[in-house]
Design a protein around this ligand. Structure first.
Ligand code: TRP
Ligand code: SF4
Length: 532
């Protein structure tokens, strides 16, 4: 995945130019001009914001390699409280696994050791339909990915490995999710058009099913998808679909009419103020009284900055006035979004305390929002629905190619394959571009540019492993001019050779493990050879 994409253009930009057109393309160029753009442009959040909630974070988290996330807080919380959670990622078997994929292997394995139900999948349908790989090629590459994942420590007895084409439950789930997405949406998200082959589209639906699969085999739970940011479009789509298939939508209301979030804050302020003074808050607070109160209300400064309160206030006033003498009472509302009749009936039955049933929704007066969410999910699952939670994700930076520029599997010198002969690995590091100065004297005087150096990256992303002291030493010695590139590369090249020797020995041991698994790597499937 990610680094595995060919150099076929995409969203690169000239150095330093502000990006006009940020795009995340799962099948395009695996490079990102400026990671900060992804926060503003797509709503990916900075990993720093949740980092403190993670107990004993992985070194990729500590070193800023994992830079972004969506709702990872839910996963961190489950982890901290010993509650169930899952981790899943997938690999397109288009070539040999390389050191860029190792980041993702390590992320899955780390979460597994932290208690996650862990999943690794081979995206063979995607490789065949989007990359034109033949089934024989796919079988061979799939084997190599799985061996490396096992060699790095994936516990296949605890976790699950599968290939998309063999997983009937994933296929069925994809079919179901596909009924909630349409072509215009795929056009907008992925740039698909009339030339896009249908199986490619099917592979997208399959990926959304992969992402929700951990919640299907067991129960709904926080799930993290560790990937490169190019996969974010899939994550966003899946988060949407996870919601679209839900039976009920839970919201908070005060009367028979609907309020948006801003209106609701204002109405809540009115209700709280009036209920305080009322003899019996359940009957004495009326919509029209709230309107009178709200008309004179000045929201706090902080609220006025973030939203257009003038518009919200006007519309809330209109709704309250139209409500007239209707009592204003806080309640949670269950909307029937996709429920079967049987499920809606079961929900009504299950709501404890005072409730009022309407066409298409139920209001409950004695439940908190949290209780209502759990109840909705429970009833949904009991009556044949999925009850999915929105999946979370974490995003890692792409490694820079050893020759500068981006790491690309079509340029062997730019990356190190996990199958490379250890001596070749050594040589590639020795030949790598550095952030060093033109002469040793200049280097001693001005220091090297570790932040621009692919060799420094190798230390931070892989070679130093858990040893933060080593990365810190390399960094400070480099920028202080105490370290020269020749020796620095020699040390890195030695470590790389050692890593590859060790990894390949473990791959051999993993052969037996793999053979014991129920995963068909000789698919004997008929098909076309694909385009070459
Ligand atoms: N599309 C991913 C890639 O390009 C592979 C993939 C398939 C995947 N299903 C997934 C990744 C689910 C993460 C989660 O490599
Ligand atoms: Fe890179 Fe090492 Fe040279 Fe610094 S000393 S620029 S880290 S190779």
């Amino acid at each position: 995945m990610d680094e595995d994409t060919p150099d076929d253009g995409g969203n690169e930009r000239a150095d330093g130019e502000p990006s006009e057109d940020v795009a995340l393309d799962p099948w395009g160029s695996a490079s990102v001009g400026d990671y900060a753009d992804l926060f503003a442009e797509f709503g990916i959040e900075a990993f720093d914001d949740v980092a403190d909630d993670v107990t004993d974070p992985h070194y990729l988290m500590r070193r800023g390699v994992i830079f972004g996330h969506r709702e990872y807080g839910a996963v961190a919380e489950a982890m901290a409280n010993d509650e169930p959670f899952a981790a899943l990622s997938g690999f397109m078997p288009t070539g040999d696994p390389h050191i860029g994929h190792k980041l993702v292997f390590d992320e899955i394995i780390w979460h597994q050791r932290q208690g996650a139900d862990a999943f690794g999948l081979i995206a063979d349908l995607e490789a065949h339909s989007a990359r034109g790989m033949s089934w024989d090629e796919i079988d061979e590459h799939a084997r190599n990915y799985l061996l490396s994942l096992l060699a790095l420590g994936f516990d296949a007895e605890e976790g699950e490995l599968y290939r998309q084409s063999d997983n009937r439950a994933v296929q069925d789930l994809g079919f179901e999710l596909g009924s909630k997405a349409n072509f215009s949406e795929f056009e907008a998200i992925y740039g698909f058009d009339g030339e896009t082959n249908i199986s490619h589209m099917q592979s997208v639906v399959t990926q959304t099913a992969d992402i929700l699969y951990p919640q299907l085999v067991d129960e709904p739970k926080p799930t993290v998808i560790p990937v490169g940011p190019d996969q974010d479009p899939h994550v966003r789509l899946t988060r949407d679909l996870a919601t679209r298939v839900r039976y009920f939508k839970v919201s908070e209301a005060f009367a028979s009419f609907e309020l948006d979030d801003d209106e609701r804050r204002l109405v809540r302020a009115a209700y709280d103020a009036l209920a305080d003074d009322a003899d019996d808050a359940e009957t004495d607070v009326r919509c029209e009284d709230a309107a009178d109160w709200l008309a004179d209300y000045e929201p706090p400064e902080a609220d006025r900055e973030s939203v257009d309160l003038t518009a919200a206030k006007q519309s809330a006033l209109d709704k309250l006035r139209a409500g007239g003498k209707e009592p204003l009472r806080p309640r949670v509302r269950f909307f029937d979004r996709n429920a079967t009749e049987e499920a809606f009936e079961a929900l009504i039955e299950a709501v404890d305390g005072e409730k009022r049933v309407f066409e298409g929704h139920v209001d409950a007066f004695d439940l908190t929002r949290g209780e209502a969410e759990s109840l909705a999910r429970e009833v949904e699952i009991d009556t044949g629905g999925f009850g999915f939670r929105q999946p979370s994700s974490i995003y890692h930076r792409f490694m820079t190619g050893l020759t500068g520029g981006k790491m690309s599997s079509s340029v062997p010198a730019s990356h190190i394959s996990l199958l490379d002969d250890p001596e070749d690995g050594y040589d590639k590091v020795k030949a790598a571009t550095t952030g060093g100065r033109d002469t040793a004297d200049e280097q001693r005087e001005r220091g090297g540019e570790a932040d621009e150096c692919p060799v420094y990256e190798l230390y931070a992303y892989l070679l130093a492993g858990d040893d933060d002291e080593l990365t810190k030493t390399v960094y400070s010695e480099c920028v202080n001019g105490e370290r020269l590139c020749g020796g620095c590369k020699e040390q890195a090249a030695d470590l790389m050779r050692e890593f590859l020797e060790d990894h390949q020995a473990k791959r051999e041991e993993a052969e037996a493990l793999l053979d014991d698994l129920d995963i068909d790597l000789d698919s004997d499937r008929r098909g076309t050879g694909g385009e070459h």
